[in-house]
Design a protein around this ligand. Structure first.
Ligand code: 1YM
Length: 659
């Protein structure tokens, strides 16, 4: 921050120590970006946008802004505009600098120091504008406020243009334009429109009445020219309707509950807390419970979810008993009351405590009681006033309870049968010799003939083979008791050894690599999707913890005389073919396409697809459970139209469809 006139020089002397601190602050962010934005991969890159948008959302929460526009510009530059009051530009007494400059150059300044009103701002880990500034090649901020239009510019966290007047205006608001620094984001600086869209839609749902517009103005992107403007007057109730879009609901409108309290914290300071809940049951068997604290997704739940579950279970049991829907000893478990449930729990509080390694769990104990009280009270009233809906929900939970009992008995009988000598392994399993899970892997192979080749070709020390055959159950359309008893899935469950559903226990997993090996064609993709849906619904930690892989069989075999090579894609085929002819451009290279795994001999299969030294494995990643949930539902669910739409609208991705 070089002083450029005499007055500044004096000021630098006066505030020298502080200036050095400021520089160190943002330097720290550049040195250890992961500490502030989680990662410098794709997620971190997108996180920059969320930080800036969060500031605009805080302005909307304060009641001064109702439209936020996010635009991806050429070169993956991001522009975020709001119509709020504009970041203050007056001189801040402590620093002698415009507030805008302080917000963008001092770590942790954020919205906290504006003062006034109840702050329930998000800003994960309290990072904000200054972090984005530190990690951007450049940032430009334009503010319209009090009739003035001004701007400032920064480069890698340092001021390059002091507050500059651009003229007068009658508008108000803030526009932030930034380019993520490729020196920081070395993997990629390319934004994914769908990732941003999911997040912006979520934020639009969580902030009823706020309009968020997302536009892709790049010319070279697969989503070039796309734009979506979202505003949901129904807030979280609209969110639930959206999540149930392709499902058949069992009561027409979501149940919506909200409440707020003003409570003294342990220091005697009054704090506001808000709770909003929407829920609606569908005729499926899955539970979709998504919770937020201060608009931040809490995938690991926490006190607000615990309060929700406790209240739901208690209220439904009490209602069932009161109206004799539940007989004598009948009692609904929490799981019973959540079968086919789609619910959003959103809380806002001033001092959120995020716990766990990824800070994705709410820890404030008072939120358990608060959510429980608000939901108990209002849900009870709702059920009394809507007896038909109440009856539908109770019947559904009761049938879940009975199915669960049947499934438990089925499991018990399997357990009894295998009580001696541990679990009996499936007949079809060709197990490996080593029994240390960390060293072993299991190939789940489509078809008996491919299974035969794999069994002969494998290294039996550490590779187990389980062939699957025939039509597999689509778990998206089945309830847990069907899944337990299914003769196609049973061998998979037994071979993996870690159980299923609530009883799934990763520590019992018998192989630390679970590799799906299917043909590189549509049928193969179908089998893979069925298996992944099964893992996602019934063994989710297996996917979350990265134990699931897809084998990548080659597509082509190239032969010139005695020399044979394989290619995994069309470009690779062309490159290898050219390489093989390098000494003699007219030489004949025979190219044949593998029709399926079954036609490869054991040696070929080992060399191309199973040998750890030469094979390619794709790790199945789960970056966003909400999106995965929706995708599996659309791909594997009941309704045909949405599936068609989805496949057609995503056709542009089909070329490199990657799970
Ligand atoms: C596109 C990004 O940052 N908008 C924005 C930020 C602020 C305000 C308004 C604002 C806040 C307050 C008072 C207050 C911020 N101000 C500050 C700080 N959009 C975007 N819009 N007046 C205006 O919090 O009291 C930090 S963020 F600290 F200067 F007040």
């Amino acid at each position: 921050m070089a002083p450029n006139d005499e007055r500044d020089e004096l000021r630098v002397d006066e505030y020298g120590a502080e200036n050095i601190q400021v520089l160190e602050g943002l330097e720290a962010v550049r040195k250890r970006p992961g500490m502030y934005i989680g990662s410098t991969g794709e997620q971190g890159l997108h996180h920059l946008v969320y930080e800036i948008v969060d500031n605009a959302i805080d302005e909307a929460l304060a009641g001064h802004c109702d439209h936020i526009e996010v635009e991806i510009l050429e070169g993956d530059v991001i522009r975020v505009t709001d119509n709020g009051r504009g970041i203050p530009i007056g001189i801040q007494p402590q620093t002698g600098k415009p507030a805008l400059e302080v917000v963008y150059t001092v770590l942790h300044a954020g919205g906290k120091f504006g003062g006034g009103g109840y702050k329930v701002s998000g800003g994960l880990h309290g990072v904000g504008a200054s972090v984005v500034n530190a990690l951007s090649e450049w940032v430009e901020v334009e503010v319209c406020t009090d009739g003035r239009r001004v701007m400032m510019a920064f480069r890698r966290g340092e001021v390059t243009k002091k507050l500059t007047e651009l003229g007068s205006t009658d508008r108000h608001g803030t526009t932030v334009t930034f380019k993520p620094d490729p020196e920081i984001f070395r993997d990629t600086t390319v934004y994914n429109y769908d990732t941003l869209l999911t997040r912006m839609r979520e934020q639009a749902f969580l902030n009823a009445g706020l309009r968020i517009t997302l536009t892709d103005s790049r010319s070279d992107s697969p989503t070039a020219g796309e734009s979506q403007s979202m505003c949901y007057e129904g807030g979280v109730a609209s969110f639930v309707e959206y999540l149930n879009t392709n499902k058949t609901v069992v009561h027409p409108t979501p149940i919506y509950v909200s409440g707020e309290v003003k409570e003294k914290n342990p220091h005697g300071v009054e704090e506001m807390k808000y709770v909003e809940i929407a829920l609606q049951y569908n005729d499926g068997y899955n539970e979709t419970l998504i919770s937020f604290a201060n608009n931040i997704h809490t995938p690991d739940g926490g006190t607000h979810e615990a309060g929700f579950k406790a209240a739901l279970t208690r209220v439904l049991n009490a209602y069932g008993k009161k109206y004799n829907i539940l007989k004598d000893e009948e009692k609904l478990s929490g799981e019973d009351t959540r079968e086919g449930l789609c619910a959003i729990v959103s809380v806002k509080l001033e001092e959120p405590q995020f716990e766990g390694q990824t800070k994705s769990k709410l820890g404030n104990t008072e939120m358990r009681t608060l959510v429980d009280n608000i939901l108990s009270d209002k849900l009870e009233t709702y059920l009394e006033e809507n007896p038909a809906v109440a009856r539908t929900i109770l019947d559904k939970a009761l049938s879940a309870s009975r199915a669960r009992e049947a499934a438990r008995k089925a499991r018990e009988s399997i357990r009894r049968k295998t009580a001696l000598g541990g679990a009996a392994m499936p007949d079809k399993l060709r197990d490996c010799n080593i029994n240390d899970p960390e060293l072993t892997e299991i190939y789940i192979v489509e078809g008996d003939s491919a299974g035969g080749s794999a069994t002969q070709g494998r290294d039996s020390a550490f590779q187990a083979i389980l062939p699957l055959w025939g039509k597999m159950l689509n778990v998206e359309k089945a309830r847990a008791d069907k899944v337990y008893g299914n003769d196609k899935l049973q061998p998979v469950i037994t071979a993996l050894g870690a159980g299923i559903g609530d009883e799934f226990d990763l520590s019992k997993l018998r192989y630390h690599k679970v590799i799906i090996m299917a043909d590189a064609d549509v049928d193969g993709a179908h089998i893979r999707t069925l298996l992944l849906t099964f893992f996602f619904r019934f063994m989710r930690p297996l996917i979350e913890q990265g134990y699931v892989y897809a084998a990548v069989p080659p597509l082509y075999k190239l032969t010139r005389g005695k020399n044979t090579r394989v290619a995994y894609s069309d470009p690779e085929r062309d490159r290898i073919s050219a390489e093989m002819r390098a000494d003699n451009p007219n030489a004949r290279v025979e190219i044949s396409r593998y029709k399926g795994l079954g036609e490869m001999n054991p040696e070929e299969l080992w060399e191309t697809t199973m040998d750890p030294r030469t094979r390619t494995l794709k790790r199945i990643q789960l970056d966003d459970a909400i999106r995965a949930d929706a995708v599996f539902n659309v791909l594997m669910g009941e309704k045909v139209e949405p599936r068609k739409d989805f496949i057609e609208s995503r056709a542009r991705y089909a070329v490199n469809l990657d799970y």
